[in-house]
Write a protein that binds this ligand. Structure first.
Ligand code: MEV
Length: 312
């Protein structure tokens, strides 16, 4: 009896959310505090899925799982394996619909586990292409940033159709991620921005370009260890996201509270209209304090994590 497994971490978009779908750059961070794991076992009969959302044969899976079921089928086809005799167990600690890349992380964990089960090595292009099949269902028009970040150990400078560029921070940055508790719908949020572009192309295009500039300056901040500049860029980006209509009352409440409690910057992360916020703390001690305060203020879940300068 064979068994194999695959894991994947989650992701955060630091800056450039939404603008990245329309050709602007974005910076994203691998987020190792939550992740997905898939295990494959030999079980005769049709391919079965075992997850918190569904337990049963792939053919009868609900429509909401179309992304992952199409991804499993495409991966098996790529591996030249029949779509049978497998049990795909999926576990994830990533809250779905919170901007943390849960769909991409589950897809990458499942693809890795199927390759391991088949005893085949994978090329990065295979993972990205196969995970994209699942992402198209979740996002409609994904930029590709989620999947790429989920397969990276370092922060990414991402621009559609440009080669991947890794960022090396020159200082330590302490972040807080807080969950507003409301689930977002990435597909809907991405479509609402596309709709705005169609109705007011010039005005929205200039906002997207402005977000691109902010992302450039945020990169400089990371590479010159300038926390204050980074904080300012996060706050400016949040203004643009609010103008695009993707920040809701729950997110704004956490963002303003974090700033009031001394965060150097705070904004939504991911598609918005539900989901999480990311805040930049002053230092490690402040990040722990802010975490506690946000919990008491009613954040659904809070994580603190550091982006650290690479040791020479
Ligand atoms: C979703 O995590 C980020 C968005 O920019 C969509 C995308 O890039 O695919 C909102």
């Amino acid at each position: 009896v064979q068994t194999a497994s695959g894991v994947a971490h989650s992701k955060l978009i630091l800056i450039g959310d939404h603008a990245v779908v329309h050709g602007q750059p974005a910076i994203s961070l691998p987020f190792p505090l939550v992740g997905a794991e898939a295990t494959i076992d030999y079980v005769p009969g049709s391919v079965k899925i075992d997850s918190t959302l569904y337990h049963g044969p792939i053919e009868s899976a609900p429509e909401s799982l179309n992304g992952i079921t199409s991804c499993i089928r495409a991966t098996l086809e790529h591996l030249d394996m029949p779509c049978e005799d497998l049990l795909v167990q999926i576990k994830s600690s990533i809250p779905p619909g919170k901007g943390l890349g849960s769909s991409a992380s589950v897809a990458v964990a499942v693809i890795r586990s199927l390759f391991a089960y088949a005893g085949q090595d994978y090329a990065m292009e295979d993972i990205l292409r196969l995970a994209d099949i699942s992402e198209k269902h979740a996002h409609g028009e994904p930029s590709g940033i989620d999947t790429l970040t989920i397969t990276s150990e370092l922060p990414i400078w991402y621009k559609k159709e440009a080669p991947t560029d890794l960022i090396e921070p020159k200082g330590d940055f302490h972040f807080i991620v807080a969950d507003s508790g409301r689930m977002g719908d990435t597909r809907q949020a991405v479509e609402s921005v596309s709709h705005l572009i169609r109705t007011a192309p010039k005005r929205i295009q200039s906002k997207l370009e402005r977000m691109g500039e902010l992302t450039h300056r945020a990169r400089t901040a990371l590479e010159t260890a300038s926390k204050h500049l980074l904080g300012q860029m996060l706050n400016e980006a949040q203004k643009e996201l609010e103008a695009l209509g993707v920040s809701d009352a729950g997110l704004n409440r956490l963002i303003y509270f974090a700033r009031q409690e001394g965060a150097l910057g705070a904004k939504l992360t991911g598609a918005g209209n539900g989901g999480c916020v990311i805040a930049l703390a002053q230092n490690e001690v402040h990040s722990k304090q802010l975490c506690e305060k946000l919990k008491r203020f009613g954040a659904h879940a809070v994580w603190s994590f550091a982006l650290r300068k690479k040791k020479d």
